[in-house]
Design a protein around this ligand. Structure first.
Ligand code: ATP
Length: 321
């Protein structure tokens, strides 16, 4: 869908993209990086709106340097910042955008009604946009990116300014853009964790450089930590404690699950081999407790990223950089 080769963009005082090479296939891809990492710059180059200083990029088989107009016919774009006219309704605005994309009047009106319904705007679509909440404005921006039925959409920070519930709703909507319509998505965020659930693939950029590109499941592969939760019993009113003591008798180190509510009831041990599962089962049975949960912990993208960044810092220090 998208391929870049040694793509660079230099402004007089800053290098926004630094020899970025990557391949993005169909599905939902997250482009993650801190503010200023170069995400918006990359999107503008991929749309053919801003020339690269060096390197090349191809979107849907089209060269960004020479075929920008053809790319924009096939690709929808939801910009990051508020860019909606306050005094027209969502319907008027999205119909206008559909017409700009070349749809005839009737098709533009029909597609607008369908798309606004799909993004969850109903009666309010006839009211002026100026009175909308941030969540509703984000939905209008998403609708105008989808109205001409593109093959691919670029969504720049679509969860910006939303509260946690609004953010979850937007992420679900983004997932459905792909599952319901088969449209591929490139979505940016400065929050690593939020894309874990939504994206098939994650690309991490930092200071305009590619830090990592892999499938979300590679990021969140299982760890060697086993999380165990047990019931209490009459004999052991604190089942968690009894379990930890039983492990200690066998020289197995345990910790509890952390700071989150309820995490004190989760016992964590390191798996040595497949026998560890049998051992846990036997110990729990011996104590006469019920086993509520026994599962291998998974990494969160943010943890992986944090430890990789820490390692890089350590290396930089070691090498005097
Ligand atoms: N037109 C421009 N002129 C000069 N510098 C620019 C221009 N556009 C972007 N930059 C700089 O390039 C770097 C990357 O900016 P970019 O907007 O691509 O980052 P981003 O990852 O999208 O972050 P954000 O989410 O904050 O927009 C930043 O240092 C920014 O200040």
């Amino acid at each position: 869908m998208i391929a870049t080769e040694s793509l660079s963009k230099r402004f007089p005082r800053v290098t926004a993209l630094d020899r970025l090479s990557m391949d993005i296939g169909p599905g939902v891809t997250g482009l993650v990086g801190a503010n200023g990492a170069g995400k918006s710059t990359l999107i503008k180059i991929l749309l053919g709106l801003s020339p690269a200083t060096e390197g090349r990029a191809v979107v849907l088989g089209l060269d960004v340097a020479t075929e920008g107009a053809a790319i924009r016919e096939r690709v929808g774009y939801m910009p990051e910042h508020d860019c909606l006219p306050p005094d027209v309704s969502a319907t008027e605005f999205v119909v206008h955008m559909a017409r700009m994309s070349g749809l005839p009047p009737t098709a533009a009106r029909e597609r607008t009604a369908d798309t606004l319904r799909h993004v969850g705007l109903y009666e309010e679509r006839y009211r002026p946009i100026g009175g909308y909440s941030t969540g509703m404005k984000q939905r209008v921006k998403l609708a105008q990116a989808l109205v001409h039925d593109p093959q691919l959409v670029f969504l720049d920070e679509p969860t910006n300014g939303l509260d946690p519930v609004g953010r979850d709703d937007m992420l679900d909507l983004i997932r459905r853009v792909h599952t319901d319509f088969g449209i591929s998505v490139l979505v940016t965020s400065h929050l690593l964790g939020e894309l874990e659930r939504t994206c098939d693939h994650v690309v991490v950029v930092d200071g305009g450089k590619l830090l990592r590109s892999s499938s979300t499941t590679d990021f969140t592969q299982t760890t060697t930590t086993l999380a165990i939760e047990v019931t209490d019993s009459d004999e052991h009113p604190d089942g968690t404690r009894a379990l930890r003591e039983a492990f200690a008798l066998r020289d197995i180190e345990t910790t509890t699950g952390g700071e989150l509510p309820g995490a004190g009831h989760t016992v964590l041990i390191t798996t040595q081999s497949d026998d560890t599962y049998d051992l846990v089962r036997d110990i729990v049975a011996e104590l006469g407790l019920g086993l509520i949960r026994m599962e291998q912990r998974r990494h969160h993208i943010a943890e992986v990223f944090r430890s990789e960044t820490d390692n890089e810092r350590k290396e930089a220090v070691t090498h005097g950089g």
